[in-house]
Every structure is written in C-alpha cells, then in structure tokens.
Design a protein around this ligand. Structure first.
Ligand code: ZN
Length: 247
C-alpha cells in the first residue's frame, strides 16, 4: 500500500479524463524527458495514460491497483509535448501508430521509424506540438504477433492490405477516440496534423480540432518498403506525396 504522502505527491500530476461514452482514462504528467534528436538534446514533456476499468475510476484506486494489474503486460500509450502546446497558434500534432519493428529496430520494411523521428524534428522546428504514440495501433491495429504472420504472407507476395484480409482482419482497425479525448484535455483550439492519412484528418475534424491544412510526411522510400508505400496510396487512401487535399 502506498503511503498518503506518496499518493498525494503523485495525485498532483494525475488527472481522470472522462469520455462522452462514460469510459475514462487516467492521464499522468508532465514528466521531463530529454531526448536526443540528431546532434542535440531536446526537452519534451511526457504524458502517459491508462484506460480505466469501472472499479478504478478515482486516483486512489488507480494507485492501489498498480502492483496487481500486470501493467507491464499491457501496452500503454503516451504523448511527447513540446513548447506551449495549450496556447500556441499553429501547433503540429502527430498520431503515430506504434511500430515495434520500424521504431525500435529501424526496420526498412516500412517508413514508421523515419516518420517518428521526422515528426519530432518537425514539431521542434515549429516551436510547438505533440506526438501521440499509440500503443494499441501495431500493424494498423492487429497487434504485433498477427503482424509477424502478415509479414510472412507478404514474403509470399501478398501486399499489406491483402495479408491483413487473409488473416481475417479488416484493413485498418485503428480508432482515435482515446487520443482525441486526451488531445481535447491538453488543448481546445485547432491543430495542424502531420499525416498522409485522410482518416486521421476526418477523425480530428469530427471533433472540431482540425486546422485548414495538414503537413504531409513522406520520405525514406527504399527497396524494401516500395510496395508497402505504394499500397498505402493505392488501397488505403493515403494522400500521394505531390497532392494536397482539403478536408
Ligand atoms: Zn512500421
């Protein structure tokens, strides 16, 4: 059991956020996080959040449950915030889907690692922004184990969409309710989204959070991910590099 003193210190940096559908999350932060970006160290404010069960809807219950909830077995999403995110005029926001192989190992079968680091650079250059790292979005929502199966099928000639379908999944299972709820907690005014994916722009616009423009993010095209990048445009509706759209 945590002492009252420890609990009180932690509770100051915790917030229970409720969604319209009555589900709630516990948002923790900011935690100071210095990050190496190329040749300099940039300090971000790091937040993470935990989706709550019905019996843990207050801060004390959350703290009482952390040693028994096997949290290490569950992926938790988080956010890196830079600058005056709440008040600035044109902050950049990236909703980045976790990619174990691309982000951590630097796999060239996709462009995720490039997009992650490039987004952080763009946010710092812009002066204000936030990167949401979405932990339940691996493999467009099918999870890491299923992604390895999909990769095996891709080695047999399936494209990324065909492989997900062959395994019985929809092409894209990702939803943005939770990050949008957290975004609204951190900022109420519009943002500019870093994305090539119109679905993310629509999700934001539905909440009244989108700015008129988005920032595209293409790059790191190579021998290994050429087909994957082409499929994103041809089958998943991603906005090609040279084309602008207005949502
Ligand atoms: Zn990836």
């Amino acid at each position: 059991m945590l002492t009252i003193d420890i609990k009180n210190r932690l509770k100051e940096k915790m917030k229970i956020v409720q969604n319209q559908d009555q589900s709630s999350v516990c948002l923790v932060g900011p935690v100071t996080l210095p990050i190496q970006l190329e040749n300099k160290v940039v300090t971000f404010k790091w937040y993470t959040w935990l989706k709550l069960k019905e019996d843990t809807i207050d801060k004390d219950s959350v703290l009482d449950s952390i040693t028994t909830a096997s949290l290490a077995d569950l992926q938790q999403s988080s956010i890196l915030v830079y600058g005056d995110f709440e008040n600035s005029d044109h902050p950049l926001v990236r909703f980045h889907s976790i990619c174990h192989t691309g982000d951590i190992f630097g796999s060239k079968r996709c462009d995720c690692g490039y997009q992650l680091h490039q987004s952080l650079k763009m946010i710092v250059e812009n002066g204000h922004g936030a990167l949401f790292y979405l932990a339940n979005h691996e493999g467009r929502g099918i999870g890491l184990f299923s992604k390895s199966l999909a990769y095996l099928l891709q080695e047999e000639g399936y494209d990324t969409v065909e492989a997900n379908h062959a395994l019985g999944f929809e092409d894209d299972l990702r939803t943005y309710e939770e990050p949008l709820m957290i975004l609204q907690e951190l900022r109420s005014k519009p943002v500019i989204l870093i994305t090539n994916n119109p679905k993310k722009l629509f999700a934001l616009k539905e909440k009244g959070l989108s700015a008129d423009s988005h920032q595209p993010l293409w790059g790191d095209s190579n021998l290994y991910n050429k087909k994957y990048l082409e499929t994103k445009v041809m089958k998943s509706g991603h906005i090609p590099e040279q084309k602008e759209i207005t949502i």
